[in-house]
Design a protein around this ligand. Structure first.
Ligand code: PMP
Length: 457
């Protein structure tokens, strides 16, 4: 069975990949948005695909065509689209009011659920996005240490706060020598003072990281680490890298912030627990909002005290008109309550099965491809061996062309595979979806291998 053959609404093979409704919408969008979109991350080939609605593992585009969705709003929808418990809970909350200048009991319930799962999360504060979560975690670390700078991993994406944007999009032309990774500006006009306050580390290079942290320790507030940074390759951290960062941070009283906005979905206790990292602070987002906007900073009670007013001005004031709004709290609570041990075991099983299936296809077709990821996340690389850091994962122009071909091939088979970022599974998926993804990948490898003249393995 293919996705296509199971689709009552799908049209013929000859149909262009993007339908006419999307073209009409995009024409209107270009009159109101710079570049025709309102998020830089929207994929386009050649224009964005406009969506009408989603159900479970599938979404329907504006032309009524059904796709298996491996993006799930950048890994947010761990139960898929329009998850019934979230919909039911939100319908009730909608009638009761969407936001107040007062707290609601819903926020305590969601906070208790999250903190109850992760021992390192002794206190938590909600905000509206992963960007804010990372920003507030950095501010709390600065207030706690009295130091301004941060260290971060080259190529890792952590949202849109200036300091953390540094070296997010380094290239071979800008990234500098392996021993001295450059702090590379992300946008034109980024203040040089920002660049001066960021130390760029290479993922999985413990010696270099330790050397750099020691050199800059006097000004460093925190090391911000996503344990498996998606855009930097979705590569597993070496235990030696984690231990080295942990030890050098303790030695110099630099805090560790685990950015789990994306990777909290890796287990019941998130990603740090999985890789033996003991952070002082965590940044959360995506899945904890059940599909509504959310962010959270959590961590050790003594550091979280930086947000504590205690009748005077807090060290770090943290607010936000929509922070902890009852809609996000309600959706998050419904989604997280359903994300129990059984749900994580299901996701783990599906992910392992899929990664093994993709690797078998690579082996059978003898092409220079590899797969990384863990739990419900995976990334396919046009590389003979799984990359170990951002530089190894970086695509040459010909590799980028191959990956574009692959994304198109998947779309033609009614599967939306994210470009250059983590793809994800959801609890709405089962063995049938895993088989389809595996089949389509193998078809792609065997149909294109000769034409693209890949290097044999
Ligand atoms: N950190 C990480 C690791 C992320 O993946 C993201 C979003 N993809 C962010 C932070 C920013 O989150 P948001 O888009 O909600 O601002």
């Amino acid at each position: 069975m293919t996705v296509q053959s199971s689709l009552p609404l799908a049209e013929s093979d000859e149909q262009p990949l993007i339908g006419t409704r999307s073209y009409d919408a995009y024409r209107r969008a270009r009159d109101v948005f710079p570049d025709g979109t309102t998020r830089v991350t929207i994929e386009r080939d050649p224009i964005p695909r406009y969506v009408s609605h989603g159900r479970g593992a599938y979404l329907f585009d504006a032309d009524g065509r059904k796709f298996l969705d491996l993006n799930a709003n950048f890994t947010t929808l761990i139960h898929g689209h329009a998850f019934a418990p979230v919909v039911t809970a939100l319908e009730r909350q909608l009638r009761d009011g969407t936001c107040f200048a007062n707290p609601t009991e819903k926020e305590i319930e969601l906070a208790a659920l999250i903190c109850g799962r992760v021992p390192g999360m002794e206190r938590i504060r909600f905000c509206n996005s992963g960007t804010e979560a990372v920003m507030f975690a950095i501010k709390a670390a600065r207030a706690w240490t009295g130091r301004p700078a941060i260290a971060k991993v080259e190529g890792a994406y952590h949202g849109a706060y200036d300091w953390i944007e540094v070296s997010q999009a380094s290239t071979p032309a800008t990234w500098g020598s392996p021993d001295e990774p450059q702090s590379v500006p992300y946008y034109r006009g980024m203040p040089t003072s920002v660049l001066d306050e960021v130390v760029t580390l290479r993922f999985n290079d413990p010696q270099n990281a330790v050397r750099q942290i020691r050199r800059h320790a006097a000004s460093l507030a925190a090391i911000v680490l996503d344990p498996m940074p998606s855009r930097a390759g979705l590569i597993a951290p070496d235990p030696a890298f984690i231990t080295a960062l942990q030890d050098v941070a303790r030695e110099h009283k630099v805090l560790i912030i685990s950015d789990e906005v994306l990777n909290f979905r890796q287990s019941f206790q998130g990603a740090a627990a999985r890789y033996g990292l003991e952070p002082d602070l965590y940044a959360l987002g995506k899945i904890i909002g059940g599909g509504l906007p959310i962010g959270a900073v959590a961590g050790r009670a003594c550091v979280m005290e930086m947000f504590d007013a205690d009748k005077k001005k807090p060290a770090v004031p943290q607010g936000g008109t929509f922070s902890a709004n009852p809609m996000s709290m309600t959706a998050g609570l419904a989604a997280m309550q359903c994300l129990d041990h059984a749900a994580f075991a299901h996701l783990e099983r599906l992910g392992d099965k899929l990664r093994a299936r993709l690797e078998q296809a690579i082996e059978r077709c003898q092409v220079a491809f590899s797969v990384t990821g863990a739990a419900s996340l995976f990334r396919i690389h046009p590389k003979r061996r799984p990359p170990r850091d951002f530089r190894e994962a970086f695509w040459s122009p010909s590799e980028a062309a191959v990956m574009k071909e692959m994304t198109r091939f998947f779309a033609a088979e009614w599967i939306l595979l994210p470009d250059a970022a983590a793809a994800c599974l959801s609890t709405a998926m089962g063995e049938a979806e895993i088989d389809i993804i595996g089949q389509v990948f193998e078809q792609f490898l065997s149909s294109q291998a000769q034409r693209l003249q890949w290097e044999p393995r």
